[in-house]
Design a protein around this ligand. Structure first.
Ligand SMILES: [Zn+2]
Ligand SMILES: [Zn+2]
Length: 272
């Protein structure tokens, strides 16, 4: 294999791994280490996962990164052969289309994610490929890529789907990927940071919250969406207590803040 190809593969892998480690790592260090005490009351489930679970999330993510890298290399190869709909200069289609294409990618992914996710909850598929992700019942940001290798292929499938169907600029796809990763990491954050009334506001209720996906990990057969709360509302798959749970978490967070401010963590409570 020519050295230039090896360098390209290494670049792609480092870029995917780097993004994952920076996004998940920064959120993890902030909420689970540095500000652990200050944000305890915003913790959706009032407990922390064991270290072995966090390690499992990181190990599965490592294999996911390899699979994502392989699929992205194939898309890059196809682009070089002019098989995808990539265009070289933003001015080819203008800035209006450029931003529109990012919105379109997000909407496409939201639909793709909801329906592939629901399909993977069909019992035979769940056992085969999605159970691994659900081993995290109290997820941390590192769960963002904790997939069975077969699920990893499904998850990265959105990239070729976009590349072969809509005209796109390379940087638009990068912005989309970064936004997608951010939503994925915050969905697995384990802390609710959105303000009171978010899930009942006539506009904001259409956007998902960290509580939403956390409930999916804890209760499994509900709350399948990623970015938006559109498909779950349309298909009636939101948990009936979703809004109530969100309000309770936010209320608890508010009370704790206005009270003493400094919380006792579970291990400290145990020694009280
Ligand atoms: Zn699931
Ligand atoms: Zn998840």
């Amino acid at each position: 294999m020519p050295i230039s190809k090896i360098i390209k593969i290494a670049q792609v892998l480092f870029s995917i791994a780097g993004r994952y480690l920076i996004f998940a790592g920064v959120f993890y260090l902030f909420f689970y280490v540095w500000k652990k005490r200050a944000y305890w009351h915003a913790k959706i489930q009032q407990r922390y996962p064991e270290n072995k679970h966090i390690l499992r999330e990181i190990i599965y993510s490592f294999f996911t990164i390899l699979i994502f890298g392989a699929v992205i290399m194939l898309v890059i190869f196809a682009s070089k052969q002019h098989l995808t709909r990539i265009y070289p200069s933003i001015s080819d289609k203008g800035y209006a289309y450029y931003f529109l294409s990012i919105g379109l990618m997000i909407l496409m992914h939201d639909t793709y994610f909801y329906w592939t996710h629901r399909a993977m909850h069909w019992k035979p598929l769940f056992k085969l490929m999605h159970k691994t992700h659900h081993l995290s019942t109290n997820p941390t940001p590192f769960a963002a890529y904790a997939f069975h290798p077969l699920e990893a292929i499904v998850e990265i499938g959105i990239v070729p789907l976009i590349a072969f169907t809509i005209p796109y600029h390379g940087t638009a796809l990068t912005i989309f990927s970064l936004y997608s990763l951010l939503l994925n990491v915050t969905g697995h954050l384990g802390y609710e940071l959105f303000p009171k009334g978010f899930t009942t506001h006539r506009l904001f209720k259409w956007h998902n919250t960290s509580t939403h996906h956390n409930m999916h990990h804890r209760l499994v057969k509900c709350n399948y969406g990623l970015y938006f709360n559109i498909w779950d509302r349309l298909m009636g798959t939101n948990h009936p207590d979703y809004e109530k749970s969100f309000d309770q978490i936010v209320e608890k967070r508010k009370k704790a803040k206005s009270k003493e401010g400094i919380a006792l963590l579970p291990d400290e409570l145990a020694t009280e």
